[in-house]
Design a protein around this ligand. Structure first.
Ligand SMILES: Nc1ncnc2c1ncn2[C@@H]1O[C@H](COP(=O)(O)OP(=O)(O)OP(=O)(O)O)[C@@H](O)[C@H]1O
Ligand SMILES: O=C(O)C1=C[C@@H](O)[C@@H](O)[C@H](O)C1
Ligand SMILES: [Mg+2]
Length: 182
């Protein structure tokens, strides 16, 4: 497969955004509705190491996690017909951004800080980056990452939509893009 020549319809869909915004949940739904393979980069890394992300960070280190993250994203984003959810920090790596923007269609799921902080209690145990940080520090990280996520092909503010509504919106906008580029 010549990856340089993927058509708009063949390109994989990649979800980016802050941790807990719903990338994994929505990507899984979108994959199902479009009959595509779903790939979650965090899950791929966890499978390889045989342990949850929190343990990978503790026992092997964030650096190795980030290397693996890059390896998996660069591999999958070039393949056709996948729906891929990235980890919340993946897009901070320039090589990942460049590869995704070149080979796939990048959807940025955004959320306001006020809505996001209501989810913190559900996330903290499984997201090592949130552990041992004050709410102020987390808000700073949330704001600091925003400008990097702004390098996308399409964006949705998800505050007032449930998972199903977000997935349906994405599918409608993907279909529109396919039609426009035909
Ligand atoms: N639109 C939504 N409205 C309300 N809750 C949502 C929505 N989307 C996802 N959630 C919930 O938020 C939590 C986090 O979602 P999810 O794991 O999909 O986030 P994520 O973006 O993949 O995070 P990470 O970057 O850490 O992988 C889940 O409990 C999920 O059910
Ligand atoms: O935002 C982040 O830096 C992270 C988000 C998660 O998806 C995982 O990739 C990991 O916990 C790091
Ligand atoms: Mg996820």
């Amino acid at each position: 497969m010549n990856i340089e020549n993927l058509s708009m319809r063949e390109k994989s869909l990649v979800f980016i955004g802050f941790m807990g915004v719903g990338k994994t949940t929505v990507a899984q739904l979108v994959a199902k509705k479009l009959y595509r393979d779903f790939v979650d980069i965090d899950l791929e890394i966890e499978r390889e190491f045989g342990m949850p992300t929190t343990d990978i960070f503790k026992k092997i280190g964030e650096r190795k996690f980030r290397e693996k993250e890059k390896e998996y994203v660069l591999r999958y984003c070039k393949q056709p017909l996948k729906v891929i959810s990235l980890g919340g920090g993946a897009f901070m790596q320039e090589d990942i951004r460049n590869a995704c923007l070149k080979h796939s269609i990048v959807f940025y799921l955004d959320i306001s800080w006020d809505s996001w902080k209501e989810r913190l209690h559900m996330l903290v145990d499984s997201r090592p980056v949130l552990q041992d940080r004050s709410l102020e520090d987390i808000e700073e990280l949330f704001n600091a990452r925003k400008s990097t996520y702004e390098e996308h092909n399409s964006k949705l503010m998800t505050d007032h939509f449930n998972e199903e509504e977000v997935a349906n919106y994405i599918i409608d906008s993907v279909k529109l893009a396919w039609d426009l580029h035909e």
